[in-house]
Ligand binder design. Sequence first.
Ligand code: PGA
Length: 258
Amino acid sequence: MRVIVAKDYDEMSKRAGSIVKDRLAKKPNLVLGLATGSTPVGLYKELIRLHKEEGLSFKDVVTFNLDEYCGLSHDHPQSYHYFMKENLFKDIDIKPENTHIPEGLSKNVEEFCRKYEEEIKKCGGIDLQVLGIGGDGHIAFNEPGSSLSSRTRVKTLDEGTIKDNARFFEREEDVPKIAITMGIGTIMEAKEHLLLINGKNKAEAAAKAIEGPITSQITASVLQNHPKTIAILDEEAASLLERSDYYKFTEEQSGEIS
Ligand code: PGA
């Protein structure tokens, strides 16, 4: 895993933006895996800036989102459909038909999940997957104990995740308890990962995911088994990493390569 320690959230987001820009330059019809939550908002702002100021085009890009709450309509302000429209899609030139987000209102969830996986394969697989991490070390909604070979399916949210996400809802009781999420097996098939971690409250999860043992109890740790993961952390999130100096030294040697 390549670990980049950025000065702050802003720098983390800009570094992530330049990586997406680089991959898009190499493949204009990039298949991009997207995440929601507060972590990637800065990256999405940067992508919008790159689109508006530098002409970065998403017209041939195909996207797949990691997850969606069950039971929320697309126009519910806390649904991930709404989040993606508001935080990215409405401000770039992506074609709506090229965007994919799990359907939280699906009547036949099993069938939906099977088709979602099929659609990813039909598009040639995900080239670059953007990931955040939960306080419990989850990626997408793969909570501790998730099978490391799981596929897209319904998952029950962990109590800690419900509490974490309650900040977006009026009351904790309003947080949906189940969600459709890509599985760890699905995520691991992406060709490359961009893991973003910021803030002190993520420092412990970051250290366990990056330097701890690979375990289903910290599902992000499975990324250690992936041949191409770039983790970008701000100083606060990196504060419990034991090998920070080495990561910084490595980046000094490699310069600005992305
Ligand atoms: P956050 O969520 O970006 O809102 O912290 C990340 C996650 O739970 O995966």
